[in-house]
Design a protein around this ligand. Structure first.
Ligand SMILES: [Zn+2]
Length: 206
C-alpha cells in the first residue's frame, strides 16, 4: 500500500514473519515458507528481511530455503545477525547482496574486518550504539566510514507503525553525527549508498 502511494520513496522488503511472535520462532516454523512463496508470487520486493538469524541457525532448513527463494529472484538479504550467521549466509550464496541490520551493535574494528572479507556486504546503522558521544562521532566509527565510504547507510528500523512517531527525532539525531563527517561522505552514508544499493532493481527509473 505504501509503495502504491509513494513509489519514489518506498522500497518494499518482505519480512518472513506473519506476526511479531515469528521473530524468534521462524527458523523452525514450516508455515513460513508457504507464506513467503505466496507473497513473492503476488507482490514485488527488493529484498527479504529484516530477519533475525544467529550463528548455526543459518544452516536450518527453513532459513536455507528462504535464501534459495531470494537467490532465485536475486533479492537483497537484510539480516539482523551476528558475524557467524553473515559468514554462513555468504557460504550458502556467495553472490548474495547482504545488508547487515544494526551492524553498529558490533565494534567498528570488527565491522571493518567483516566488510573486507565480504565485498557484497553493506551495513545499516539503525540504532547506532554510541549515543553517549552526543553529536560527536566515535573516532573509530569515523575511520570505518572513511575506510569503506560506499558500504554504510543510515537505518531507521521503522518496521512497526509506532516507530514512525520517532522518525523526526531519529533524523535529527542522525543529522547531528552526520554533520561531523565531510559533506561528500555524509551524503553517501545518509542516502547515496542506500539509493545505489536499492535503485538497481527497485526504484522506477526517471
Ligand atoms: Zn531491526
Amino acid at each position: 500500500m505504501l509503495l502504491a502511494e509513494a513509489p519514489d520513496l518506498i522500497v518494499p522488503e518482505l519480512r518472513p514473519y506473519r506476526t511479531r511472535a515469528d521473530t524468534s520462532g521462524w527458523v523452525r516454523d514450516d508455515g513460513i515458507l508457504p507464506y513467503l512463496e505466496a507473497r513473492l508470487a503476488k507482490y514485488r520486493y527488493a529484498g527479504i528481511g529484516e530477519f533475525h538469524l544467529f550463528g548455526e541457525e543459518a544452516e536450518l532448513p527453513i532459513p536455507q530455503r528462504m535464501v534459495a527463494l531470494a537467490r532465485e529472484r536475486d533479492l537483497l538479504l537484510h539480516a539482523h545477525s551476528d558475524v557467524e550467521a553473515i559468514d554462513r549466509l555468504f557460504r550458502q550464496w556467495p553472490q548474495a547482496r547482504i545488508l547487515w541490520a544494526h551492524s553498529s551493535f558490533d565494534r567498528p574494528e570488527k565491522v571493518r574486518e567483516v566488510l573486507r572479507r565480504h565485498p557484497r556486504l553493506w551495513c545499516d546503522l539503525a540504532y547506532r550504539s554510541d549515543h553517549a558521544h552526543g553529536n560527536k562521532l566515535d573516532p573509530a566509527w569515523r575511520e570505518a566510514f572513511i575506510a569503506h565510504p560506499d558500504r554504510f547507510m543510515v537505518g531507521t528500523d521503522t518496521f512497526t507503525p509506532e516507530r514512525w512517531h520517532f522518525i523526526g527525532t531519529h533524523a535529527s539525531f542522525s543529522r547531528g553525527w552526520l554533520a561531523d563527517l565531510p559533506l561528500a561522505l555524509a551524503e553517501r552514508v545518509a542516502w547515496r549508498n542506500a539509493e545505489a544499493l536499492l535503485r538497481a532493481n527497485t526504484l522506477p527509473r526517471t
